[in-house]
Structure formats: structure tokens, C-alpha cells
Ligand binder design. Structure first.
Ligand code: FCB
Length: 476
């Protein structure tokens, strides 16, 4: 395809291909102390000085909790076929254990019913990073017990919503929970230990497996089961690919295979265990865990935004790094000594993330080759840009439209190459609380005015509505 052909549109998606949008509880709901909701690690973290941009918190966010019906109408107005949301664990169990909280369960019951009444499929994530603070106080994801608490929580959710939800997703991006939460400390709970990060990896994997089992045991309907991972799409930062091969292998292991292999194959990759041997002996993996973790899932959720470029310092150093220092793995990437991350060439979004739609196609094809029988769904893809409101009150966001169109073309190409891709959920329905970036980064196809909380559909929202209605890419 020539560079500009994607603008012509015309590509079609099958009638069963789900087109929709995604959000997460803490990023949009607000109402953090209402109806029995307990504090989560993100409440605590965002209120600690210096943790988030401008000290922003999710206290109010988009106030979605109080605007549920209007937001449901907004989704119906866009003609979304599916909506991926997350359930706030501390609304269901304020301290992460004990009986379910009626008011919290009812809120999600109303959300699910409201979606179904509007013909929108509910895709519910159980854990999008808002661990009840009481569980963190007991060790959080470094404590094995948290996986069992998650299983109990999943049973409550399955019981309450398993007759109506289309798809249950256990975890969103456990890579972030483990490595950003316990390794680099950029995310809640802000801990910085490589060993803790790897311990969290295993307990998150265990929570996934136990969670799927609990959901299956309690759901009265026939929901699909899934997990969403943020795959690292890795590129060699060297002319000679041999100078990056080991770096790619290591990061692919730590970021991707350490989740997919236990979940889908029932084993931890031997090379990851070896790479991380100086950090941990993995004694937290107990007999039987891998059988619990490996659960057949109906769909594997893929979140994709950009690529990472790496090289092997030990191979290139003699030629290019005469005065440099060997990169230390640090706590963010335990066991990756000698891997050097390079700047990504542009263009970039407002996050500084590089725009690389072709890498989405490659990632989907690669996953399909690695797990041929595993259906896939894009559960997040989108872009932050510094939108402006025009004088007429509209939000013209041509760069976001361009970004989405290019990535939908990439998905289409992957399908044409044989990938069993079931749908595409754009991140995000609404501008929202972008974690450590606070409200400074806008990902929505709908703008939120944080003073008035008014919603305005952006041009990208109209674009998404047209794609959902016609199942065909328009000319842009
Ligand atoms: C993903 C998260 C999501 C959002 C996007 C931009 O890592 O799952 O909540 O923050 O990035």
C-alpha cells in the first residue's frame, strides 16, 4: 500500500467484528468515597505529593458514577457495539475481602443492563489496577493471599453479573501492575524492588487463573473469558539484527512471555528464569500453580500503543560506547542487564509514544503464529493529542482520526494475513485521568471539560461512529 492510500478508506470489517471503546473505573468514575467504596492503592498514591502530574487524583474524574445514564446514551449515540469498562474491586469489597457490597454491585448491574438495553455488549475487566488499599497494607501483589482474595472477588462478580456480561477480562496489563507498581514505582503502590515486581508477576498470573475458575464456577450465563496484556512490540536498535537479538529475547521474555506462557501453556519460559536468577529463585511458584494459571480463554486482549527499540550494549559498546556505562537493569526491568532502550523515532503522540501502525500488524501476526488457535481482540489502542476546542465548540482532532484510521488498516491487514481478530476497542471513550499524567493527556474520542464535566463528541468520535455503523473505513 502506498503511504497515503489508507486515507481512501473502503476497507471492510466482517459483521461479527466488534467495534467499540474502552475505559477503566478509576480513570472515569469519581465518587471515590460513596456507597461503601473503600480506598484503593490509586487513591492513596494519587494523594501522595509528587506522585501524579499537578497532584491530580481520581476523586471526581469524569464523574461517570453520577452520570451513568447520560454516558450510556452517549455510547448509544455513537453506535458502539461493545463497551469495555472495569469494575472497581473496592466498590465490591471495600477492604478486598468479605461479602459483596450491594450498592457497588448494583452500580455495575445498572451499567450492564443499560448497555444491553442499548444493544451494546458489556466487556467487563475485573482488575484495572485499583487494588483495595487494605490488601496492599497486607503486602499487595507480593502476598500470595491477594490471588485468593481476587478469586473470591471474581466469584462475587460472576454470581452477580455472569448471567449478562458478554466477556469477562480478569486483569488489565499485569505488566504495569507488576513492573510499574512494584518495580519502577511510577504507578501505585509505588514500590521499587525488582524482586517484588517478579513476585507480583507470579501472583497476578495466579490471580488470573484462579479468577477464570471462579468466574466459570459462578456465572449463570455463557460469558467469554479473557485477559488483556500490553504486549511490548520490540524492534532492533542496530543495523545488524544480531546486535539486538539477545536484548529482544530478554525483554520479550520479561514483558510478554512471562504472562502468555504460564497462562496459555502452563510454564514459565526457561530463559526468563535464568535471566532473573540473581534477583529471585522463583520459589514463590508452588506445585500446582501452573495448572491453576493455565486456563483456556476465549479471547486474548491485546493493548497496543507504540514500540520499544532495544539493543545489546555488550555487543555494540566496543564500537560505539567508548565512554558509556553498561546499562543497569534497575528495578524496572529486573534481569535485563546490558539491555539498552533507545529513543523512538517519531512521529510521536502527546505521550511521547511513537506512532507505528505497521508494528500492530506485525504483533498480531506474531501472536497468531505463536498461539494459532487463540482468538485475539484489540482491547485498547488510541492516542493522546493536545486537542483544542474550536470557536464553534467542536473538537477537530485530525491527528487522532489519522492515527485510528492507520491502526484500523493495520488490523485489517493482519486479518487478511489470517489472524483471528474478533474486535477493536478504542482507548478511550472519554478523556480521563491518565494515571501519573493526571488530566494532562487526553485520549478520548469524546472531550470532557473538567470544569463543567460537559462531554463533547470529537471528530474522532464521529469517525468511530461511522466505522461502527458501516463496518467500513471512511475516506479521511
Ligand atoms: C494503558 C492503560 C489505560 C490507559 C492507556 C493510555 O496502559 O491500560 O488505562 O492509561 O494505557
Amino acid at each position: 500500500m502506498a503511504d497515503d492510500d489508507y486515507r481512501e478508506g473502503g476497507l471492510e470489517f466482517g459483521a461479527d467484528f466488534l467495534i467499540g471503546a474502552a475505559t477503566a473505573a478509576y480513570q472515569i468514575e469519581g465518587a471515590v468515597a460513596e456507597d461503601g467504596r473503600g480506598p484503593s492503592i490509586w487513591d492513596t498514591f494519587s494523594h501522595e505529593p509528587g506522585r501524579t502530574r499537578d497532584g491530580d487524583t481520581g476523586d471526581v474524574a469524569c464523574d461517570h458514577y453520577h452520570r451513568l445514564d447520560a454516558d450510556l446514551d452517549l455510547m448509544a449515540g455513537l453506535g458502539l457495539e461493545a463497551y469495555r469498562f472495569s469494575i472497581a474491586w473496592p466498590r465490591i469489597q471495600s477492604t478486598g475481602s468479605g461479602p459483596g457490597n450491594r450498592a457497588g454491585i448494583d452500580f455495575y448491574g445498572r451499567l450492564v443492563d443499560g448497555l444491553l438495553a442499548r444493544g451494546i455488549r458489556p466487556i467487563a475487566t475485573l482488575y484495572h489496577w485499583d487494588l483495595p488499599q487494605a490488601l496492599e497494607d497486607a503486602g499487595g501483589w507480593t502476598n500470595r493471599d491477594t490471588a485468593y482474595r481476587f478469586s473470591d472477588y471474581a466469584a462475587i462478580v460472576g454470581e452477580a453479573l455472569g448471567d449478562r456480561v458478554d466477556t469477562f477480562t480478569t486483569l488489565n496489563e499485569p505488566w504495569c501492575s507488576a513492573y510499574l507498581g512494584y518495580g519502577s514505582g511510577a504507578h501505585a503502590p509505588g514500590r521499587t524492588s525488582g524482586r517484588d515486581a517478579l513476585t507480583a508477576v507470579h501472583h497476578l498470573n495466579l490471580a488470573h487463573g484462579l479468577g477464570v475458575q471462579a468466574l466459570r464456577a459462578t456465572s449463570a450465563g455463557e460469558p467469554h473469558y479473557s485477559v488483556t496484556l500490553n504486549f511490548h512490540a520490540l524492534r532492533p536498535g542496530t543495523e545488524d539484527p544480531r546486535d539486538a537479538a539477545d536484548a529482544i529475547r530478554r525483554i520479550d521474555g520479561l514483558a510478554n512471555r512471562v504472562f502468555t506462557h504460564p497462562m496459555l501453556r502452563g510454564e514459565y519460559p526457561a530463559d526468563v528464569l535464568e535471566d532473573t536468577a540473581a534477583v529471585t529463585d522463583w520459589a514463590f511458584v508452588r506445585p500446582g500453580d501452573l495448572d491453576d494459571i493455565r486456563q483456556g480463554i476465549d479471547v486474548l486482549g491485546v493493548n497496543y500503543y507504540s514500540t520499544a527499540t532495544v539493543r545489546d550494549w555488550d555487543r555494540v559498546a566496543p564500537r560505539q560506547h567508548a565512554d558509556g556505562h553498561r546499562p543497569s537493569a534497575g528495578t524496572a526491568w529486573p534481569g535485563s542487564e546490558g539491555v539498552e532502550f533507545l529513543e523512538q523515532p517519531g512521529p510521536h503522540t502527546a505521550m511521547g509514544w511513537n506512532i507505528a501502525p505497521e508494528a500492530l500488524e506485525q504483533l498480531l501476526v506474531h501472536l497468531h503464529e505463536e498461539f494459532p488457535d487463540q482468538p485475539l481482540m484489540i482491547t485498547e489502542n488510541g492516542a493522546a493529542f493536545d486537542d483544542r476546542v474550536s470557536e464553534d465548540g467542536a473538537v477537530h482532532d485530525p491527528r487522532r482520526v489519522d492515527f485510528l484510521q492507520r491502526h484500523f488498516v493495520a488490523a485489517h491487514r493482519a486479518i487478511a494475513r489470517g489472524v483471528d481478530l474478533r474486535g477493536y476497542l478504542v482507548w478511550s471513550l472519554l478523556d480521563n485521568f491518565e494515571w501519573a499524567y493526571g488530566y494532562t493527556k487526553r485520549f478520548g474520542v469524546v472531550r470532557v471539560d473538567y470544569d463543567t464535566l460537559e462531554r463533547t463528541v470529537k471528530d474522532s468520535g464521529r469517525w468511530l461512529a461511522e466505522v461502527a455503523r458501516t463496518h467500513r473505513l471512511p475516506a479521511v
